[in-house]
Design a protein around this ligand. Structure first.
Ligand code: ME8
Length: 500
C-alpha cells in the first residue's frame, strides 16, 4: 500500500528552531515505522518561501526576498540529515515547477466557478499571513498568536468561495471521524466549521513576492493557497520524468502544529474539492514545544538551537528526548536540564549500558559466541504481545505511548540482568546452561527492543543490531525467538557516552 506523509513547510523568514525539528522528528518516526511494515512510503518536507512573513523579514534585513529564501532554505535543508530525517524530497515553493502547477490548479478552481472578484475589508496578521475573523482577534485588535497589533486591510482581490463547501465539509467530518487526529483537535475544527464558513481571499493585490495569478498578473496568490498546494505539486516533479500523483495522492497524513489547524482542516479540503482532487486521509496535529511554559518562537527569542544539541549528543538522543518528554499531541516544556536528565538516566544508563554490558558479558564469558539455546520462557512471555501492542498504537499515531511500552521492556531487561546476575553464574561451575540461557535471552530482548526503537533512534539501533550480528530491522524481526539463533557479537562503542 502507498503511504504518503508530509510535514508543514517552514517559513524561511528565520532559522530553524526546535519546534521545526520536533515536527520533522515525529513525522520521520511514522515514515520509518511504515517502511518497516513494508509500505510504499513517500515522505515530503520543504520550505514555504512566499508571502509577507518572508517579504517583510527580507525588507528588515535590507535584502531581496529571494536571497533571504536561498540562505535560510539551505539551513532548513541541512537540518534534515543532521536529524536523520528520511524524507524522499524537499520542496521549495519557489521551485518553478511548483509555481507552474499552482497556477494550473488554481486556474482550474477559477474555471470550475469557485473564484470571484471582491473587496477584502478586515484584520490581517502579516506574521501568520492570516485574515482574521472577528472571533479570532485578540484584545486591542491584536494577534492572539504573535501578540502584535493587526493591520486593517482594505483591498480588491480574488476570493475563494469557501462558504459553498460548508455541507461537503460537514459530511467529510461526519463520515470520517479520524480525518483530524487527535480527537480533541477534530472537535476544534468542527467548532470552526459550525460557526459558518465565510469566503476567503485567494490573492493579494499589494504584495509582489508570490506566484502571479494567471488571469490577473497584477496580483499574486495568497501565500497559504500557494503553500498548501505543495503537498500535491511536489508529486508531479519530485522524480524526474515521473509523475507520482496517481501513486501517492490522496496523502495519508499531513503532520502539522496546532496553530495552522484551520488552514489544513478547513481551507485545504475545500480547495482540493474545488480542484476536483480528493482530501487527505488524516491531518495529524502535534502540540507546541514550550520553554518555561511559553511557545518557542523567534519573535519571543526563546529558541533552543537543534544543531547545538545534535553536535553535542547526536540526533538519536534529541529524537528520543522529544518523543519521550512531550506526550505526542499535547504541548510540553523542553529544557537543557530535562534533556540531560533523560540522557543520563535513560539513554546512557538504561539502554546504552544494557547494550554494552550484554555485549561485554558475551565476549567475556562466551568468547563472543552467542549461545544457540532456548530463551527464558518467563522473559519471553513479557515480550509476547509487544509488537502487536506497539503497532496498534503506532497505527493510531500514538507515538509517545508506543515508546513508553517499548521502554518498559528496556527496564524489564535491566531487571533481568540483576535477577540473573550472570557474573555470579559465571563463577559457578555447574551453571553453564543457566548462563547460556541468560545471555541468549538478554541478547534476544535487546535485539527486539532495538528493532522496535529503530524508527525513533535509527542510527544507534542499527549499530547495536550490527554488533549483535542481527542487522534486520524490519517488522518481521520484532518477534522474541523461542530458540536463539546463535552467531557472534562484535565490539560496540558506547551508544550514549557519558557526558563530561
Ligand atoms: O506555519 N513547537 O510555517 P512555520 C512545535 N509556512 N511546533 C512548532 C513550533 C513549536 N514551538 N513552532 C512552530 C508555517 N511549529 C507555514 C506552514 S504548510 C502548508 C505552511 C510548527 O515555519 C508549526 O506548528 O511558522 C508548523 O506546523 C511548522 O512548525 C512550521 O511553522
Amino acid at each position: 500500500m502507498s503511504f504518503y506523509i508530509t510535514t508543514a513547510i517552514d517559513y524561511v523568514n528565520a532559522q530553524p528552531h526546535m519546534g521545526h525539528a520536533y515536527e520533522k522528528i515525529t513525522t520521520d518516526v511514522i515514515a520509518r515505522y511504515m517502511r518497516q511494515r513494508g509500505e510504499d512510503v513517500f515522505f515530503l518536507t520543504g520550505t514555504d518561501e512566499h508571502g509577507e512573513p518572508v517579504a517583510d523579514a527580507a525588507q528588515r534585513a535590507g535584502i531581496d526576498p529571494r536571497e533571504l529564501a536561498d540562505r535560510n532554505a539551505e539551513r532548513f535543508k541541512r537540518l534534515l540529515p543532521a536529524l536523520e530525517i528520511s524524507n524522499d524530497f524537499f520542496i521549495r515553493t519557489t521551485d518553478p515547477q511548483h509555481e507552474r502547477k499552482v497556477q494550473e490548479i488554481l486556474q482550474r478552481v477559477h474555471d470550475n466557478g469557485h473564484v470571484y472578484a471582491g473587496v477584502y475589508e478586515g484584520w490581517y496578521c502579516p506574521k501568520c499571513a492570516d485574515f482574521k475573523t472577528e472571533g479570532e482577534v485578540g484584545p486591542g485588535n491584536t494577534c492572539p498568536i504573535h501578540g502584535i497589533e493587526l493591520s486593517r486591510e482594505h483591498e480588491n482581490n480574488w476570493f475563494f468561495r469557501l462558504s459553498a463547501f460548508q455541507q461537503q465539509l460537514e459530511a467529510l467530518f461526519d463520515e470520517r471521524p479520524d480525518f483530524v487526529l487527535p480527537q480533541a483537535r477534530a472537535n476544534e475544527a468542527r467548532a470552526f466549521l459550525e460557526q459558518g464558513l465565510q469566503d476567503v481571499s485567494l490573492s493579494r493585490a499589494r504584495l509582489r513576492w508570490g506566484v502571479s495569478v494567471p488571469w490577473d498578473p497584477e496580483q499574486v496568490f495568497y501565500v497559504w493557497f500557494d503553500a498548501l498546494l505543495n503537498y500535491v505539486t511536489a508529486l508531479s516533479y519530485a522524480r524526474e520524468g515521473e509523475d507520482l500523483t496517481a501513486r501517492y495522492w490522496p496523502a495519508s497524513v499531513h503532520m502539522i502544529g496546532k496553530d495552522i489547524l484551520k488552514f489544513h482542516t478547513i481551507y485545504w479540503p475545500a480547495l482540493l474539492l474545488a480542484a476536483d482532487l480528493e482530501p487527505p486521509r488524516h491531518v495529524l496535529i502535534h502540540g507546541f514545544l514550550l520553554m518555561d511554559d511559553r511557545k518557542m518562537s523567534k519573535s519571543l527569542g526563546n529558541v533552543l538551537d537543534p544543531f547545538a544539541v545534535i553536535d553535542a549528543y547526536g540526533a538519536d538522543a534529541l529524537r528520543y528526548y522529544c518523543l519521550r518528554e512531550v506526550s505526542f499531541g499535547q504541548d510540553g516544556n523542553v529544557s537543557a536540564a530535562g534533556f540531560e536528565a533523560r540522557y543520563d538516566a535513560e539513554l546512557a544508563n538504561e539502554y546504552g549500558n544494557l547494550a554494552s554490558r550484554t555485549i561485554a558479558m558475551i565476549s567475556r564469558y562466551r568468547d563472543g559466541e552467542l549461545p544457540a539455546v532456548a530463551t527464558d520462557a518467563a522473559l519471553r512471555a513479557d515480550f509476547q504481545a509487544l509488537p502487536e501492542q506497539v503497532a496498534e498504537r503506532l497505527d493510531r499515531f500514538e507515538l509517545s505511548s508506543a515508546l513508553e511500552l517499548i521502554w518498559q521492556r528496556v527496564r524489564r531487561l535491566n531487571r533481568y540482568v540483576e535477577e540473573r546476575a550472570p557474573w555470579q553464574l559465571a563463577r559457578q561451575p555447574d551453571a553453564g546452561a543457566a548462563l547460556d540461557q541468560t545471555l541468549a535471552s538478554l541478547a534476544e530482548g535487546l535485539r527486539v527492543v532495538s528493532v522496535l526503537l529503530h524508527p525513533y533512534m535509527p542510527a544507534c539501533t542499527q549499530r547495536l543490531l550490527q554488533a549483535l550480528g542481527a542487522p534486520d530491522a524490519d517488522w518481521g524481526a520484532t518477534g522474541f525467538a523461542e530458540q536463539a539463533a546463535g552467531g557472534r557479537v562484535c565490539a560496540l562503542e558506547a551508544l550514549f557516552p557519558k557526558r563530561n
